[in-house]
Design a protein around this ligand. Structure first.
Ligand code: GLC
Length: 440
């Protein structure tokens, strides 16, 4: 099987599931200013590492994690990805290669294992995020690196770093994750920059090892780095470490993503609920449930997935605001999930009132904008078998009201059976109408 068709096989479940949860959790929840705090404030290791002595995650117990998993499931999420190690180097798992782990914090627990158990028990697929950067490892470049907290600290100017040593450590830790925890569905490497990319990570060997232990696993594209490079996922011959999906961050691509042959490439946008990945106690700028729903629809309408982040606090609790948003999203998903799961792009122009998603003979009209009268289905004249409101499967008829006569090349409908209007929308977040196409 060619590399591209192997990828197609691997990502089948991923492209059907469409919606996942990202979890950024670590020591940085204590300073509570997001996961880049060590970089932003140029904090020395001796001032950062002691945070570990406080990492008791007092309110974190397997039942809480199960609740978290349930919450994800109720929100309609089908998979979840947890930060096993972020850039600060602190590990939420039992690594034999360092003491800088949750096993040596007061909680003395393998938080990754408990996450995996709880989420699997709820029937969710599981993924692990692993940072390629490591601001705690002595052999990771310090002075002059683009991102290291000590990048400008003259004390480190003359220090030598044995990068090979770091690679051994990094490969070793990934192997621990790939061998000690059963089936892992996603490995999410983060990230490449400048020369720190691709073979600098010994990426080919790394992926070979990963796939040896977890042949089915899917991987993001950040080992590779830029989408424009010669072996990237967007080329006709991607490298073995180019990844299975593109990972746009804090933005939604303006169009479907394709490779240089014009073939669709799987992608997953990851976004935060407020403005930070890691817990930030001051950041109350949360997105609305409506915005999350519409963003999810936008991703699916362009053939992509959405990974929505939560940042639990130092006690192991998810912020109340995040729970509320996920609950609302879940209420919408319960009714409208059919228009998301197993769906993709519709190959139709974006309509004025919202977006299209499609699954086989079913087209889903996601109506975001109220329309004065009839809703126009451009270019669908004579192609429609039935129209149903997705929330109750009640009948909607194609309309031939007198004021539409001049626009006959299109099909139209009104949202309400006995009225010639389409407002107010029954669900202002997104009213979904299912259009069954005629088999031609
Ligand atoms: C980034 C950031 C990071 C976050 C991530 C999520 O590259 O460094 O803090 O974990 O992307 O996509």
């Amino acid at each position: 099987m060619s590399q591209l068709s192997e990828r197609e096989e691997r990502v089948k479940w991923f492209q059907a599931d469409r919606f996942g949860m990202f979890i950024h959790w670590g020591l940085y929840a204590i300073p509570a200013k997001g996961e880049w705090v060590r970089n932003a404030e140029e904090i020395k290791a001796e001032d950062y590492c002691p945070l570990m002595e406080e990492f008791s995650v007092k309110n974190y117990d397997p039942k809480k994690w199960a609740k978290l998993a349930k919450q994800a499931k109720q929100a309609g999420m089908k998979y979840a990805v947890l930060t096993a190690k972020h850039h600060d180097g602190f590990c939420l798992f039992d690594s034999k290669l360092t003491d800088f782990t949750s096993m040596y914090a007061p909680c003395k627990r393998d938080l990754v294992r408990e996450f995996l158990n709880a989420f699997r028990a709820e029937g969710l697929k599981v993924g692990l995020y692993y940072s390629l950067l490591d601001w705690n490892h002595p052999d990771y470049p310090h002075y002059g690196d683009w991102h290291h907290p000590m990048r400008r600290n003259e004390e480190y100017k003359e220090k030598n770093h044995n990068f090979e040593n770091y690679l051994k450590y990094m490969h070793g830790q990934v192997e621990e994750l790939m061998t000690n925890y059963g089936k892992i569905d996603i490995i999410w490497f983060d990230f490449s920059y400048g020369e720190m990319r691709a073979e600098k990570w010994r990426a080919e060997e790394l992926m070979k090892m990963v796939r040896k232990h977890q042949p089915h696993i899917i991987c993001d594209n950040r080992l590779e780095g830029s989408g424009e490079s010669s072996g990237s996922i967007k080329t006709a011959n991607p490298t073995s470490y180019a990844g299975d999906f593109i990972s746009p961050e804090q933005m939604i691509p303006p169009h479907n993503l394709v490779n240089e042959l014009g073939m669709a490439v799987p992608w997953e946008a990851c976004i935060t609920l407020n403005l930070h990945w890691g817990y930030n106690s001051e950041d109350k700028r949360y997105k609305s449930a409506q915005m999350i729903i519409r963003t999810l629809v936008e991703c699916v309408s362009k053939g992509g997935n959405l990974l929505v982040n939560i940042g639990p606090n130092a006690l192991g609790e998810i912020p109340e605001e995040s729970c509320k948003i996920l609950e609302e999203v879940g209420n919408w998903m319960k009714v409208n999930g059919e228009s998301i799961y197993h769906c993709g792009a519709a190959d139709l122009e974006k309509p004025e009132w919202g977006r299209w998603t499609k699954n086989g003979k079913y087209l889903y009209a996601h109506i975001f904008e109220e329309q004065v009268g009839a809703i126009c289905l451009k270019g669908l004249k004579n192609k429609i078998k039935r129209i149903r409101r997705l929330s109750d499967l009640s009948e909607i008829k194609e309309s031939d009201y007198w004021n539409l006569m001049e626009y006959r090349e299109n099909s139209f409908f009104h949202l309400y059976p006995s009225m010639t209007c389409s407002y107010p929308l029954p669900d202002e977040k997104d009213t979904v109408v299912r259009i069954e196409l005629r088999e031609i």
